[in-house]
Ligand binder design. Sequence first.
Ligand SMILES: [Fe+2]
Ligand SMILES: [Fe+2]
Length: 244
Amino acid sequence: METSIAEIGAGVYRLSTWVADVAPPAGFTFNQFLIDADEPMLFHCGHRQLFPLVSEAVARIMPLERLRWISFGHVEADECGAMNAWLAAAPQAQIVHGELGCMISLNDLADRPPRPLADGEVLDLGGKRMRWLATPHVPHGWEAGVFFEETADVLLCGDLLTHVGGGPPITDADILSLAIESEAQFGAMTMAPGTADQLRRLAELAPRTLALMHGASFAGDGAEPLRGLAEFCQAAARASVEPA
Ligand SMILES: [Fe+2]
Ligand SMILES: [Fe+2]
């Protein structure tokens, strides 16, 4: 395995590791995003087992000690398994997450106290501005949330629009169809009555780039696939409450 690097937007680096034996035969990518700024942020820590590969990739871009903020969408191994390895490698770094994630899990799991953010609060990295959007149970996990980078309109949307396969780092192709196929395969999303509205709230940000944890990033009108996913989820939530 190897971790490849692509700059998908100004100062936004995608670190991608394709793993052949997850979701074969297409395989599955695990992507982290490094946001270069006065106070650099890593979004998604990756698995503990991938830390040697991913940290070596970050070190090709900047010294690990420069990392100031470590974050992720929700508490799962691919999101935060290597969290404490990053804290050890970057002594100035601090975990930043939503208030709920800090209260429920990260005050206990993180080796140093995390910085909590309220829904809608902006963390100014110096050159990049990260707005935290709490998205409870979307795509899954009570503490779930995403970041919107406001200077370049990049939505770091984690597991949303997940699709299998290697593929290019960034595409303007139809990722919604791929994501719906993958969701049918995995059933990873919470299909609750409020899921669609939460996705539409993200679409209103009008992102120009969607940075996905699994699959290619998307360049273009990011609201469109988010609205399409909202429609899909709304139909699924309705179907789940209708009598058979
Ligand atoms: Fe997840
Ligand atoms: Fe994930």
